[in-house]
Design a binder for this molecule. Structure first.
Ligand code: NI
Length: 212
């Protein structure tokens, strides 16, 4: 697993808590490549609200892979860049293998439920991919889902009370058809501005690697 150093403590904890996976069998019967996050305690049930007001739970995505990213629509730089790269990567995979790509549901969860109302989060998500679902919720629902996915976030003062920033963990997860964690999907490491670790072709290659 090739991870930026800042993620290692998080993932090490997650794996230490839950590593007990004997690996999967591929459809062809051979041993599948081990999933990097197999057995990690990441994810779980959630209930959030979609742009149209309907309640969305993890069960709505049963049988689908979920490409999940957490952030906020007012994010000045990192979130839009990450979502752009992830969704361009998904589009690339859609061109390469439409059938497998159709098994992926991209999901954006806001960490700023105060400003990211369902309308705002829906409009924001739609900018990046027609199938990207934007989800919001009550502050408690957001806190719960963030905790389940090992995402931390905290408000930071901005130039005015309604212009605060939200510092947050920068991660993209691929979750499997049963909601189990599969792998981290590459995103740009902003501490190394020389290369883009989240280039769309790298995202597409990882999706091709893990989605069956
Ligand atoms: Ni952000």
């Amino acid at each position: 697993m090739n991870l930026p150093p800042r993620l290692l403590p998080i993932i090490a904890v997650a794996l230490a808590l839950g590593a007990c996976n004997s690996g999967e069998r591929s459809a062809a019967g051979g041993a599948a490549e081990p999933r990097p996050l197999a057995g990690a305690r990441i994810g779980g049930p959630f209930a959030l609200t979609a742009a149209d007001g309907r309640t969305v739970t993890d069960r709505d995505f049963a049988g689908k892979y979920r490409l999940m990213y957490f952030g906020y629509s007012f994010c000045p730089d990192v979130c839009p860049v990450d979502l752009n790269g992830l969704m361009l990567g998904l589009k690339e995979f859609e061109r390469q293998d439409p059938a497998r790509a159709a098994r992926i549901q991209p999901i954006f969860v806001t960490l700023d439920p105060e400003r990211d109302t369902r309308e705002v989060v829906g409009r924001f998500a739609a900018q990046f991919h027609p199938r990207l679902i934007g989800l919001t919720g009550t502050p408690q629902q957001i806190a719960d889902v963030a905790k389940a996915f090992l995402i931390t976030y905290r408000k930071q003062p901005g130039s005015a009370p309604d212009r605060y920033l939200v510092a947050h963990t920068q991660l993209a997860y691929l979750m499997g058809p049963d909601g189990e964690p599969v792998a981290l999907i590459p995103i740009d490491d902003v501490s190394t501005p020389d290369v883009n670790e989240g280039r769309p072709e790298l995202v597409a290659a990882d999706l091709a690697r893990w989605v069956r």
